[in-house]
Design a protein around this ligand. Structure first.
Ligand SMILES: *Cc1c(COP(=O)(O)O)cnc(C)c1O
Ligand SMILES: [Zn+2]
Length: 429
């Protein structure tokens, strides 16, 4: 039985059937999946969920599929980590990391959204999956198309990180680098989507795709012992993930799976591409499109499709938004690595840096539960920090050379110096 009533326009409320549609014909508003919550409430209990496999489909009544899902058997249920060292460093009582940097199979939260989109693509009978991507989506579509038995066409801005390119082509996907920024890629893809009969996960399948993000927040609440946190910090590219974290919290509250907790949602962007936080801070009603200039390429969308809704969620929930410079992003990546042993990508550096700023500004309270959504893995954006981390010490294979190095390291430690200071003159590289 299906718990999805159909699609509904977020602006005018007009209803549409479950088809590969994404814009309202009347008002051009975006379409969203609508559910029959009365029916879901009868079957979706904590006990029912706890008995199921640990993947995104344990919440399947709240995801927009009708058939047995074809993709995503091993996707989701990433760790929620109580990060006490980080809490001490920030001077807060309780902070958690929801670590989608280790999501299976491509180490970002995009594995969730793509699993839902491709399962739906299979229901619709598509044979080719496609997307416009800032990098992580490319990896997820390429890898999960294998499980879905689909061919894939993937469009990216040509200048992405190595790991995101190789992490796409290795699966045999057709990868197209477009000379331009993400907005140019997206515009081209809208034309391609209209012309070829492909399932574009973030264009004609977007209403289904975007719902997959909710699974991150469902897990977060289950892993907190069935409660909603006071505060959640979410990175924003198009702004979709942020709106879906909010929707997930509201759905769990509505279904009685967690008590209401007045959860506040905070958005994080890179200063070099911050159309949403800039509009929020300036109280603008509309966005100024920006030309991205940041190391956080996975968040570099100059005209964010869900930016307006993301801004509404931040305001309505009582949260806020901030942005971080490239230097702050690098410091954020290092802070999370050095305090907690978690190596995140630039988007995670944005989330970490913005969380720190919001604590320092007194916007995030020090004595209530905070969750940071870490959405990607640092191994995929090594270029961004290669020049900001210490290099290995270089020695010959002789015990004396190691002993000399060791005493230098110990000396340096006593003086309170850093590894960087030492390695810069022991390493000729
Ligand atoms: C895509 C992405 C996001 C946010 O995406 P939205 O478009 O705002 O939903 C966040 N983090 C990473 C690492 C991403 O790849
Ligand atoms: Zn409409």
């Amino acid at each position: 039985m299906s718990f999805v009533k159909g699609l509904k326009c977020k602006e005018c409320g007009e209803e549409y059937p479950k088809e590969p549609l994404h814009v309202c014909e009347t008002c051009f508003g975006p379409l969203e999946a609508a559910y029959n919550y009365d029916e879901i409430k009868k079957v979706l209990t904590r006990e029912a969920i706890e008995k199921r496999d640990r993947n995104i489909w344990r919440y399947r009544e709240l995801l927009p599929v009708d058939a047995d899902p074809a993709v995503g058997r091993s996707v989701g249920y990433t760790p929620l980590i109580k990060t006490d060292n980080l809490a001490r460093a920030l001077g807060v009582k309780e902070i958690y990391v929801k670590n989608d940097g280790v999501c299976y199979p491509t180490l970002s939260f995009k594995d969730r959204v793509v699993s839902v989109a491709l399962s739906k693509a299979r229901e619709f009978g598509f044979e080719t999956a496609a997307c416009a991507s800032t990098g992580n989506l490319a990896n997820a579509v390429a890898a999960l198309s294998i499980e879905g038995g689909l061919e894939s066409f993937i469009f990216i801005p040509y200048n992405l990180e190595q790991a995101k390119i190789i992490g796409t082509t290795v699966y045999g996907a057709n990868l197209v680098g477009v000379k331009g920024a993400y907005d140019d890629v997206n515009r081209l893809c809208s034309e391609v989507a209209g012309k070829y009969g492909w399932g574009f996960v973030n264009i004609n399948l977007r209403p289904y795709y975007s719902e997959g993000s909710k699974s991150l927040a469902f897990e977060m609440m289950e892993q907190l012992g069935w409660r909603a946190p006071g505060h959640v910090v979410v990175p924003m590219a198009s702004g979709s993930l942020l709106t879906k974290v909010w929707k997930a919290v509201k759905e769990f509250e509505l279904l009685g799976l967690v008590p209401e907790n007045g959860t506040k949602i905070y958005g994080a962007q890179a200063t070099g591409c911050s159309p949403i936080t800039t509009a929020l801070k300036n109280e603008w009603e509309i966005f100024k499109p920006v030309k991205p200039d940041t190391i956080a390429k996975s968040l570099a969308i100059g005209t964010p499709a869900d930016g307006f809704y993301a801004m509404s969620v931040m305001k309505e929930s009582g949260g806020w938004g901030e942005d971080a410079s490239d230097a702050e992003i690098i410091a954020g990546i290092k802070l999370l690595a050095e305090t907690e042993g978690i190596f995140t990508e630039t988007a995670g550096g944005v989330t970490m840096a913005v969380t720190k700023k919001l604590v320092e500004q007194g916007v995030l309270p020090k004595n209530e539960t905070i969750v940071m959504c870490i959405t990607g893995n640092g191994l995929k954006t090594q270029e961004a920090i290669a020049d900001s981390v210490s290099r290995p010490h270089l020695i010959g294979a002789h015990l004396e050379e190691f002993e000399e190095l060791y005493s230098k390291i110990k000396n340096q430690e006593e003086k309170g110096g850093t590894q960087d200071a030492l390695s810069s003159h022991t390493n000729p590289a």
